[in-house]
Structures are given as C-alpha cells and as structure tokens.
Design a protein around this ligand. Structure first.
Ligand code: FAD
Length: 319
C-alpha cells in the first residue's frame, strides 16, 4: 500500500478526495460504518482516516446508592477498523495515534502492530483531555505534545526503537501526518506560538498537515500563506465538515474554536428545520470545496461524523 505523500504526488496537481470516519460506539455493529463508506468509494479516496478515542472517566450511580467510578473507552476499535478498511476496500487507512492515554512503550507496541498489518500512514496527535477533565495530562512516561510523538515515529522509520541502544533494527516506513488549526489551537496564547510548535512537528519528521475544519476559506488561505512564509513546505490538506443541524451553529464554534461567516449564519438561521439546514450545509460546503479545488489544494478531507449521504452530494458536485 502507499503513503499519503505518494498519493498526493501521484495525483500530479489534481485535488484528491479523502474522508475521516469515527469508530462506532462500543457494542454497535461495524456494518453501519462500512456501509456508509461504500457509496463514497465511487470517488476513489486513496486514504481513509480513522479517529482514536481515549479512555473516559465516568461516575455511575449503583442501585445501592453508591457511586461506581469507571474507566471506559466508548469508541474502541481503531486498529481493527483500519484492517477492515484495508481488507474490504483496498484503501490505505490512516489510524490516528495519540499521546493521550499512552506511554512511550505502549505507543511503540501500537506502531509495531500497525507496521505488521501493512499500514503505512499515521496521523500523529496529542489528543484531547480525557473526559470529563479540561486539561490534558500525559500518562507517566508518555508525551505532552504531538511533536514528541512525531519524533518517536520518525526514529522508528530510521530503525531506532526504545531501549535498543545503538543497534539499528528493522525500520518502519510510516508517512506521518499532523494536525493544524487555521484559526489557532485554542490553548495557544497566540498564532506565533502555535506556528512555532507546528514548525517543530515538521522539523521532527511530519510529512503533511491536515487542518481543523473551517467555514471561511480565507482562514485556510491566510494560514497556508503564513506556513509558506515560515518555511513549511509540506502539503496542507484542508479539512471540511458540512453543517448538518441548526444547533451546530452554536456547537461547532464551541467545540472546535472556529468562527462561522455571517452570510452562512444568516442562511442557517433562516432555515425552518434541520432538513433545510442540512441542505444549506451541503451547498456551503460545495462552494468552499469548489473554491479550494480551483486554488489547487492537494486534497479535500471530509469529516463524515458517521454519515455519508451529504458527502456523496458534495463529492458529486465537486469531483
Ligand atoms: P499539539 O501539536 O501537541 O499542540 C497542542 C497545544 O500545545 C497547541 O496549543 C500548541 O501550540 C501547544 N504546544 C505544542 N508543542 C508545545 C511545546 N513543546 N510546549 C508548549 N506548548 C506546545 N483528538 C482525538 O482525541 N482523537 C482523534 O482521532 C483526533 N483527530 C483529529 C484530527 C484532526 C485533523 C484534528 C485537527 C484534530 C484531531 N483531534 C483528535 C483533536 C486534537 O487531538 C486536539 O485538537 C488536541 O487538543 C491537539 O492536538 P495536536 O496534535 O494538534 O497537539
């Protein structure tokens, strides 16, 4: 199978179509997820990202009135889903690999599993704080920042494993993606600081960038311009999510720390129900996608959030 960077190179300037999927809630069937991917195969995605969801800390009231503290993962299965995507569609899966919830040794084991499965791509992330906490805390002997984890993957690509001294081992061959935020990561004090740490991820070995979703293309264009000024030359793939409900007008800015353009807000507010809002979301995303494609972006990466009918309509209009 191939690396994301190779897929971009082989596209020869043509914008490629890719998607991100989320593992089902624990106990749900994988069939729904795969059935939702199926209609998108018409648009030949060369790779499909699969998110990773770390542990959550839950307090559950028991019948005897006591509170039981539980540590659980609501959406396990990232590696299995990657293997299923590879097997069923023959498409390169891109598992997300997190700092959060992992020690360096657990990360190494995880990467070895991916390597043995023939998975050549990873999207390296710090991860969100474990729910219900507000701040990110690394595991003892884990990483605090994605740049550190990028270094571990890049080392493995050079045959340098943990605790193995100077003797070079069999190198892995991962293409490394990282995340970036056209509207700034919410914890960064300013854009300059955020850029410096993004640069560090690239210096440590990242091959390409995928952006957080945005609804105003200007934010992406300004961000790419600034990256190029700062000497970041890797491909920068825009991440897009079509709005699907009226409520998302409030939810998405709060969760993802982004601004909605006023024209878009007005159009969604004028909708009488979610069916209309979903249609406005599709049309807005088509306009965004067309402008980005015209500007020659390497790819359009769609956050499917478990549904594909709207992405099919967008892809039909754009690809
Ligand atoms: P980092 O690059 O480590 O940055 C985090 C913050 O720390 C930033 O504010 C940065 O400026 C700052 N920083 C970085 N390095 C340093 C340093 N050395 N010293 C001080 N400050 C520093 N989350 C999941 O849990 N699972 C997923 O599957 C997932 N997929 C995602 C996919 C994409 C495309 C995107 C954009 C996000 C995804 N996320 C996912 C969310 C992501 O984990 C969060 O946004 C997280 O808060 C930051 O991750 P990061 O890799 O960008 O972190």
């Amino acid at each position: 199978m191939a690396k994301v960077s190779d897929h971009i190179r082989q596209a020869n300037g043509k914008t490629i179509f890719s998607i991100e999927v989320i593992p089902p809630i624990k106990g749900d069937n994988l069939k729904n997820l795969l059935d939702n991917i199926e209609p998108l195969m018409e648009f030949r995605p060369p790779f499909i990202d699969v998110t990773y969801h770390r542990e959550e800390y839950i307090e559950r009231p028991e019948p005897d009135g006591t509170i039981k503290k539980i540590v659980t993962r609501k959406r396990p299965g990232t590696v299995g889903i990657c293997a299923a995507i590879l097997h069923r569609f023959g498409v390169d899966p891109v598992p997300h690999v997190l700092c959060g919830g992992f020690t360096k040794d657990e990360t190494e084991d995880f990467l070895i599993d991916l390597n043995y499965l023939g998975i050549d791509n990873v999207l390296v992330l710090r991860g969100d704080p474990a729910k219900p906490f507000d701040t990110f805390k690394p595991k003892t002997n884990g990483y605090s920042y994605a740049s550190e984890l990028v270094r571990q993957v890049a080392n493995m690509n050079r045959g340098i494993y943990l605790h193995e001294g100077e003797t070079p081992m069999t190198p892995s061959n991962f293409c490394i993606g990282v995340a970036a935020y056209p509207e700034k990561h919410f914890e960064a004090i300013d854009h300059d600081t955020d850029f410096n740490y993004l640069k560090l991820k690239i210096e440590n070995g990242a091959d390409y960038i995928v952006t957080q979703m945005f609804f105003d293309n200007r934010k992406y264009f300004d961000f790419v311009k600034r990256c190029r000024q700062e000497g970041i030359t890797v491909p920068i793939i825009p991440g897009l999510k079509p709005l699907t409900t009226r409520r998302q007008l409030q939810v998405l800015p709060r969760l993802f720390h982004l601004e909605m353009p006023s024209d878009f807000v007005k159009a969604v507010e004028a909708c009488e129900n979610d069916t209309q809002a979903r249609q406005v979301g599709i049309e807005w995303c088509i306009q965004q996608s067309r402008e980005l494609t015209k500007a020659g972006v390497p790819g359009l990466h769609f956050y499917t959030m478990g549904k594909s009918d709207n992405i099919v309509k967008i892809a039909q209009a754009v690809f």
